[in-house]
Design a protein around this ligand. Structure first.
Ligand code: B12
Ligand code: SF4
Length: 428
């Protein structure tokens, strides 16, 4: 049986608005492809970001898939509906399946909006997609895996499903050159509830891989793909400190820290000086953190559970230890005034960060901020009534909501001011 998986992210290259090309394949689709390939299905993965121009029908005529599964973040959903429409228009017997964060947030709405989708899979997809293919379901339906997957039982991502040479390289400061970067996903789920995020779409309970299993994957990638540069694609790599420290120790004991370099992200409240030291010693070169605001009141309002004092302490320690720090900030948050936004801009520029980026608040489905805008809480309102539930206006770094007396234009101006000087100060 032939199964085609598609990452549609052509118009929004990785990193949202960043000008560089896409650096890594989609980790979730890679897991799906790896899982099904192991079960002897014939898998191809089409990543629109790295194809020059591709006609989906020509592709389908050649590959003849029985199933087409497409992943979608919210801002891609209309491109994805178009793809399903074309596919069903060509051959209505091809079974169509959607998965990923957007459909997990609002499955019924998605099924209602696009009659060309046969099945919506919410949450993690490996076992339920397999069940669908094996048993079939007669009716169009929304499917959810009844049991969370034990991450230690999954095979390592099979990067041979991709032509990795087509992905953009990332500059490694340790090796002083551009290298392909390989994602490693070590957890699923997030217990936090930052108001703008739907970070728990794979569950609130964090499931973790063992340090042994992660290190084995890194060794496997070195051996099989000659990988040297890794990106730990978890929202919070230090969510369990004991596990994290033993992962670092294992890299050091096996001298993998000399062979590889890696980047990771975590939260200020899940870091301390010892973790930063271990991270550095274990080969991490860059730590990414969503700091979001430099205003203590705003940090409280967005439920970030951190303060500017905690941020300063961690950034200072990371600098002392020699870890590069990148941070991102958001403007247009509830109750924000020009003064609070300026506090954030000045704070970002004062902190000794290696680079930072700003984002204008976007309203994703199934987030607390979505409900806040509905109730005009914190002075939030859609800048244009047409922006409500309009996923096409996401991820453009243009204001979609106004706050208090800050107009759409003023927020966009403050964003330009904030981004000034945000580029990597120590990069080549
Ligand atoms: C790592 C990560 C990234 C990495 C991606 C790494 C990679 N190579 O894939 C990077 C840094 C590139 C990234 C960028 C962005 N991200 Co991001 N990211 C995450 C994060 C932290 C973890 C996702 C992850 O790796 N999960 C593990 C894998 C295994 O899960 P998965 O990919 O979802 O796939 C599983 C299921 O969803 C399902 N599935 C997925 N697709 C399909 C398809 C089919 C057919 C089926 C059956 C199943 C299925 O099965 C998979 C295997 O179980 C989540 C938040 C979180 N805590 O989970 C946000 C999150 C996914 N990101 C989000 C956003 C908004 C972005 C950005 C727009 C941010 C920005 N402003 O730039 C960009 C957009 C990038 C782009 N154009 O694609 C949102 C999406 C919200 C939404 N409703 O769309 C999330 C949920 C966070 C949030 N803010 O709410 N991100
Ligand atoms: S921003 Fe990060 S920590 Fe906060 S809810 Fe989202 S994924 Fe979790």
């Amino acid at each position: 049986m032939n199964i085609l998986l598609i990452d549609p992210s052509k118009s929004h290259a990785e990193g949202g608005t960043e000008p560089y090309g896409k650096q890594t394949p989609h980790i979730g689709l890679t897991y799906l492809g790896t899982y099904l390939k192991k079960l002897n299905y014939n898998i191809e993965i089409l990543d629109f970001s790295i194809q020059d121009s591709i006609d989906i029908i020509d592709y389908i005529k050649k590959f003849k898939p029985d199933y087409v599964g497409i992943t979608a973040m919210s801002f891609q959903i209309h491109d994805v509906y178009d793809l399903f429409r074309k596919i069903k228009g060509y051959d209505k017997n091809i079974k169509t399946v959607i998965g990923g964060s957007h459909v997990t947030a609002i499955p019924e709405k998605v099924m209602g909006e696009c009659g060309d989708i046969d099945y919506a899979i919410t949450g993690e997809g490996e076992s339920i997609f397999h069940k669908l293919i094996e048993n079939g379901f007669k009716e169009r339906s929304v499917l959810h895996s009844p049991v969370p997957i034990d991450l230690n039982t999954l095979d390592f991502p099979d990067w041979s499903l991709f032509d990795y040479s087509k992905y953009a390289k990332s500059f490694s400061f340790k090796f002083d050159k551009d290298l392909n970067i390989y994602p490693v996903s070590t957890t699923r789920g997030c217990p936090y509830k930052c108001i703008f995020c739907h970070g728990d779409y794979l569950g609130k309970k964090v499931r973790m891989r063992s340090p042994e299993n992660i290190v084995e994957e890194i060794e496997h990638d070195i051996e099989k793909y000659d990988s040297r540069f890794f990106y730990i694609a978890d929202s919070n790599v230090t969510i369990n400190m004991k596990r994290f420290i033993s992962f670092c120790k294992m890299l050091i004991e096996k001298k993998l820290n000399e062979k590889i370099s890696w980047k990771a992200q975590s939260r200020i409240n899940l870091l301390d000086e010892n973790a930063l030291k271990m991270m550095k010693e274990a080969g991490c070169e860059t730590l990414f953190m969503g700091i979001e605001s430099g205003d203590d009141e705003t940090l409280k309002i967005i439920d970030k559970q951190i303060t500017t004092k905690m941020i300063r302490k961690i950034v200072k320690a990371a600098n002392r230890i020699g870890l590069r720090v990148r941070a991102s900030f958001v403007i247009g948050l509830p109750f924000e005034t020009e003064e609070r936004i300026m506090n954030t801009i000045n704070f970002a520029k004062e902190l000794d960060l290696d680079s930072f980026s700003f984002h204008i608040l976007d309203i994703y489905p199934k987030t607390r901020i979505y409900e806040y805008v509905e109730k005009n809480y914190g002075g939030l309102k859609y800048a244009n009534p047409e922006y409500r539930n309009n996923w096409m206006v996401l991820n453009r770094n243009k204001a979609m909501v106004e706050v208090g007396n800050l107009s759409e234009e003023r927020i966009n101006e403050l964003y330009s001011l904030a981004m000034d000087g945000s580029k990597d100060k120590k990069s080549k």
